[in-house]
Design a protein around this ligand. Structure first.
Ligand SMILES: C[S@@+](CC[C@H](N)C(=O)[O-])C[C@H]1O[C@@H](n2cnc3c(N)ncnc32)[C@H](O)[C@@H]1O
Length: 281
């Protein structure tokens, strides 16, 4: 039976009435035109400064310049975020730059509280006690005598107070041991528990990279959808933003969740056009 929390092909089922404002150009300039405390939720993944070959953007700043720029755009995110809002920041590392995700997170410590650290697992092997190991998911293998293959990225959940309530059961999972349902009063008889902070979210299977996922560094729609659900609240009343839209996976997740409004910025017209196409806009 398919896992109802991970439905493939989400982008093919956009039915909501979300109002989209997708803007070309630099997100720092774009965000400056928006009002203070007007956004409930930010789910984004900036360039990681790892030399990724984007169509136009150059992903090769010095570390100092990159961290200074991160602070610049995150300051705008801070200004726009409501006091009870959530900012989910997805960043990955490369073997040669293992500190980078942590340096970005640390550089934002005067702007936000780090409320949760989520590990986005792309591939994992589990070793049940009574059967053979089972491997799921995919990763891009590296040929190295020093480094393990990198099968995960971070999603830092920042808030302004560190005390924003989240809807853990909206992304919850059934109990493996059903006797826990009656054993623990807090279950209120429901077969749902918190899934924890290791989220296995594989990329959707595609046939043609250039046609189906024409961007070198995307996150799955499902990852953004889980962030939306975890933040909780009345979807129709919520405004979400992705300053680094890419080909629009956060926007597709917003549509799927039925959010009221979504604003996105993308400096590269090729990716913005693709995002609009995928949203049917
Ligand atoms: C890691 S990708 C985001 C991919 C996106 N999450 C998706 O799933 O499609 C970062 C994106 O930021 C864009 N970008 C880089 N600098 C930007 C800027 N100053 N303002 C807006 N977009 C920018 C790049 O062109 C790239 O598409």
């Amino acid at each position: 039976m398919p896992d109802p929390d991970h439905l493939p092909g989400l982008e093919n089922r956009i039915t909501s009435e979300t109002s989209f404002d997708l803007r070309p150009g630099d997100c720092v300039e774009g965000m400056k035109t928006l009002s203070d405390e007007s956004v409930d939720l930010v789910v984004t993944s900036p360039p990681y400064n790892l030399g990724i070959k984007y169509a136009n953007y150059s992903d090769n700043l010095s570390s100092e310049a990159y961290l200074a720029w991160s602070l610049e755009w995150a300051t705008e995110v801070n200004r726009l975020l409501k006091p009870g809002g959530s900012f989910f920041l997805n960043v990955g590392a490369a073997p040669a730059q293992p500190w980078m995700p942590h340096e970005i997170a640390l550089s934002l410590r005067n702007l936000f509280q780090l409320q949760n650290t989520i590990h986005w697992i792309k591939s994992i092997t589990v070793e049940p006690r009574d059967s053979d190991p089972v491997s799921v998911g995919h990763f891009k293998p590296i040929n190295s005598k020093r480094f393990l293959n990198d099968c995960h990225e971070y999603v830092f959940h920042f808030t302004k107070s560190g005390k924003v309530p989240v809807d853990r059961l909206a992304v919850g999972v059934p109990y493996a041991d059903k006797s826990n349902i009656t054993r623990w009063g807090h279950t209120k008889g429901k077969d749902k528990r918190c899934r924890g902070n290791n989220w296995y979210v594989p990329y959707e299977t595609i046939k043609h990279r250039s046609k189906d996922r024409p961007h070198p560094a995307t996150f799955p729609v499902e990852l953004a959808r889980k962030c939306i659900l975890l933040h909780g609240g009345d979807p129709g009343e919520m405004t979400m933003m992705d300053p680094f839209l890419g080909i629009g996976n956060a926007a597709i997740a917003a549509a799927h969740a039925g959010l009221g409004k979504f604003t996105g910025f993308e400096i590269d017209d090729v990716y913005l056009t693709e995002a609009r196409k995928r949203l049917g806009a």
